[in-house]
Design a protein around this ligand. Structure first.
Ligand SMILES: NC(=O)c1ccc[n+]([C@@H]2O[C@H](COP(=O)([O-])OP(=O)(O)OC[C@H]3O[C@@H](n4cnc5c(N)ncnc54)[C@H](O)[C@@H]3O)[C@@H](O)[C@H]2O)c1
Length: 332
């Protein structure tokens, strides 16, 4: 199988590439990534010498380049992870989110249309459904009610995929994951940030008391779910990928501190983020019916993640800006 992975140098993409190369012998993977602040070749350091792996640095919005790469590589499947992903950054500066998450997806769909791509799998998010404060869990046909510029841009990309299936029969499948956690996640996100600050005995800023509920899935389990959609999913369908593991943010932070043997007095409540969604929750009947379910228990996954950050300071240290420990910069 020849697989083109766009945005494959980020957190989830690099874990997916690692998973696929270790699971299948007969596979070739080409990662196509712009290497923004969130994408790094260090995320792929252990596969970079594998003869089945190659890399090209380019922008998903560059149609000409994307066409050339598709013509030359002739992928059997294209997977799109490329996105601006940090909600707080989207609130401060929404424009790059529109560019990559909407125009980038449109560009890719146009290339799929012109070059007859055999299968395109687009990574959307549970955030397209918005806040499920009132209870219940979203099915794939739940209305979209995105709250932040990030989730609005992801919803637009998702809708473009749906429109291109309906109008042009572009063979696209949409995957909507919940919050992923695991190795190689940027230190701006909740779990890595908590680990790194706790290791330095620094205060851990927590939005509005940490009452928000998120569903957490170990990133390797997500890779297996995505592989399942590629092998057994149907074109034109969307698949929720829940972790069946809803936790309040405060519970997540406390669990990290407990494992690290640190005091909860490090937690510092800060003013809530504007428009902060209270709860995300999805049903997973469609992906369960394809034979997938999460394998990694929450505390096992969290311990593995913490061990990885403790042992891999070389990876995260260069990502810390000078004011990393000063600012109460929050997270997704
Ligand atoms: N991490 C989560 O918990 C989560 C949950 C739900 C959905 N998602 C979605 O999954 C996907 C991957 O998320 P992640 O956490 O791995 O993100 P990430 O920020 O770690 O990685 C994004 C990758 O996309 C690349 N990229 C950004 N703009 C690009 C462009 N214009 N052209 C080419 N490459 C570009 C970056 O260099 C980086 O390698 C995203 O689409 C995100 O919206 C993530």
């Amino acid at each position: 199988m020849r697989m083109l992975v766009i945005g494959g140098a980020g957190f989830m993409g690099s874990n997916f590439v690692r998973y696929m190369l270790s699971r299948y012998r007969d596979i070739e993977v080409l990662v196509y990534d712009k290497l923004t602040y969130a994408g790094r070749l260090e995320n792929l350091h252990d596969v970079s010498n594998d003869p089945r792996f190659s890399f090209v640095r380019a922008d998903v919005c560059n149609e000409e380049m994307l066409q050339k790469v598709v013509e030359k590589f002739q992928p059997d499947v294209v997977v799109n992870f490329a996105a601006e992903t940090h909600v707080d950054r989207s609130i401060n500066e929404p424009a790059p989110f529109l560019k990559t998450n909407v125009f980038g997806v449109f560009t890719l769909l146009e290339v799929a249309r012109k070059k007859d791509i055999e299968l395109l799998v687009h990574i959307s998010t549970d955030e397209v459904y918005g806040d499920l404060r009132e209870g219940g869990s979203a099915t794939e046909d739940w209305p979209f009610r995105p709250s932040s510029p990030y989730s609005a841009s992801k919803a637009a990309g998702d809708l473009f995929c749906q429109a291109y299936w309906r109008t042009y029969r572009i063979p696209v499948r949409i995957v909507r994951p919940c919050n992923n956690y695991g190795p190689y996640q940027h230190p701006e996100k909740l779990i890595p940030k908590t680990i790194i600050r706790a290791l330095h005995n620094m205060p851990i800023p927590l939005y509005g008391g940490g009452q928000q509920v998120r569903d957490w899935l170990y990133v390797e389990d997500f890779a297996e779910a995505l592989d399942t959609v590629i092998r057994r999913g149907s074109n034109g369908e969307a698949y929720n990928i829940p972790g069946f593991n809803e936790k309040k943010n405060i519970e997540v932070v406390e669990a990290v501190l407990r494992i690290l043997g640190k005091s909860t007095s490090l937690i510092k409540v800060v003013e809530d983020r504007p428009g902060h969604d209270y709860r995300y929750s999805m049903k997973g009947d469609k992906i369960l019916s394809l034979g997938w379910k999460p394998k990694t228990p929450w505390l096992d996954g969290l311990r593995k993640t913490i061990d990885w950050y403790v042992s891999n300071e070389w990876w995260w240290r260069p990502l810390l800006s000078d004011d990393y420990f000063k600012k109460d910069v929050p997270w997704r």
